[in-house]
Design a protein around this ligand. Structure first.
Ligand code: NAG
Ligand code: NAG
Length: 456
């Protein structure tokens, strides 16, 4: 009799374990996660959601020693504050705690947005922060600021937009690549984070929830955001849809986020530059070319910071040389002319001012070309163009042009790990299975005269 009872118990336990295992599988399934986010968003829209953080603080790299932080709650709550502190390397005196009152905007009854600027933190090795209010508080988050000669790991992604389930799979592969508990030091997003800039649901389902579920990198690795054509609201009106991306470069105090130009929607500046380890990176806005941006680009390219950097990089959503697109839209709807200024105006400057690497998205697949920068074979230096548009959006598989220059073409979803070391920038593109589909390195000699002689 006892034997039967034990056997029954064992069977019961096994059945329970099986159900639990199935539930776990389901909970981690990207499709189920996408559906769960959609349900949460729907409930929140109907005010059936508890007072909570809808978006945990997302940290954007904002120039060299500042960070722009945005978070959102489902309810309005008094006395919001961003507490932050910066620490130098090694152990020193207890860091000064800063309490910054964020700028606040009611987007609608269920979306309350807060923005604040951290900094200046020049010289700091670590920055920690925590957002709170009368009712709510986040955990404390920390991110590192790598020195010029320290290894700096940069995750490069773009064009997740309307493919949130695939994006979650890509994020799974990214987490496997970096290992749990670890991650990149910065995320370079080369545009088209969402399908519709004016859809609050798109921002939640396509960008913020997958990023929070898929490694939480927005909280612990500053985002270098390069705007795409889907990320802009070009209306310069007070209640425009530019609510989540950092487009306030040039403003360095949280109070400035309450300035008239920001409130009335006329302030609009995505272009900026910053250092990532030994690399200098210039971010351009492909969608809104302007005399101001052209002047900025020339000035930055000529700057000592850029010319003396070990690796010189430009990130711009629309690539100078595209080969894949929807043929009808390309030829009949004039989309081949979108962003032509990137090739006709900017690319000449990239080559003249010794840019090493141009990183783009826009085209939904992977391409990479390494070619000589100039006609003169004596100047052996090269420029590499990389298109990294595969974080989730539907793929572009139809060829519309042939520039006879790409060394690698990969027509599937992917991400890129760019590791910047003292003397070497190493780039590896991975598919969802984690397999390396392309790689290259740019190497530098350590000691050498400044300028062209430092290149190999
Ligand atoms: C918005 O504010 C700026 C700065 O005060 C001002 O120059 C601009 O004319 C304003 N635009 C509109 C549409 O009110
Ligand atoms: C890439 O392709 C171009 C054009 O065919 C060629 O000139 C160049 O040598 C190739 N580069 C590499 C690294 O294979």
């Amino acid at each position: 009799m006892a034997m039967v009872r034990v056997r029954r118990l064992l069977l019961f336990a096994a059945a329970q374990a099986l159900v639990l295992w199935l539930l776990c599988l389901l909970a981690w399934n990207p499709r189920v996660q996408t559906a769960r986010t959609a349900l949460g968003d729907w409930l929140n829209g109907r005010h059936l959601y508890p007072c909570a953080f809808l978006k945990r603080p997302a940290v954007f790299a904002h120039g060299d020693s500042h960070y722009y932080v945005v978070w959102e709650t489902t309810c309005a709550s008094g006395t919001p504050v961003l507490e932050w502190w910066a620490e130098a390397a090694g152990s020193g005196p207890a860091p000064v705690r800063h309490y910054t009152k964020p700028s606040y905007r009611t987007i609608d009854g269920a979306h309350h947005r807060y923005t604040a600027i951290i900094g200046p933190v020049a010289g700091a090795a670590r920055v920690s922060y925590k957002a709170s209010s009368y009712r709510l508080s986040t955990a404390q988050h920390t991110f590192s600021r790598r020195g010029e000669s320290e290894r700096t790991r940069v995750l490069v992604i773009a064009d997740n937009q309307n493919g949130p389930t695939v994006f979650r799979r890509v994020l799974d592969a990214i987490q496997r690549h970096y290992g749990s508990g670890s991650g990149p030091d910065a995320v370079l997003h080369v545009g088209d984070a969402v399908q519709s800039v004016d859809s609050l649901g798109d921002w939640q389902k396509q960008m913020f929830s997958p990023m929070e579920d898929g490694g939480g990198y927005l909280q612990r690795a500053p985002l270098v955001f390069v705007p795409g054509n889907h990320d802009h609201d070009k209306r310069r009106t007070p209640n425009n849809a530019n609510v989540y991306a950092d487009m306030y470069h040039g403003l360095y105090r949280t109070d400035d986020l309450d300035s008239v130009a920001v409130k009335n929607g006329s302030y609009h500046r995505f272009h900026h530059s910053l250092s990532l380890g030994g690399a200098r990176l210039i971010v351009l806005d492909a969608e809104c070319p302007s005399e101001e941006q052209s002047a900025f680009l020339e000035r930055e390219l000529r700057s000592d910071a850029f010319q003396a950097a070990r690796f010189r990089i430009v990130a711009v959503h629309i690539p100078p040389f595209m080969e894949f697109w929807d043929p009808y839209a390309w030829n009949k709807k004039g989309e081949k002319h979108w962003g032509e200024h990137v090739r006709l105006e900017y690319n000449r400057l990239f080559r003249e001012h010794r840019v090493d690497l141009v990183i783009s998205g826009h085209q939904h697949n992977y391409q990479r070309s390494t070619v000589r920068r100039g006609e003169d074979p004596a100047r052996a230096s090269t420029i590499t163009y990389a298109i990294v548009g595969g974080a989730g959006g539907a793929l572009d598989r139809k060829r519309v042009e042939d520039w006879h220059m790409y060394n690698t073409t990969f027509l599937d979803h992917h991400f890129v790990a760019m590791d910047i070391d003292d003397r070497r920038l190493s780039w590896t593109a991975h598919n969802i299975a984690g397999t390396v589909v392309d790689s290259f390195v740019i190497e530098r000699q350590v000691h050498g005269p400044p300028g062209a002689g430092r290149e190999r």
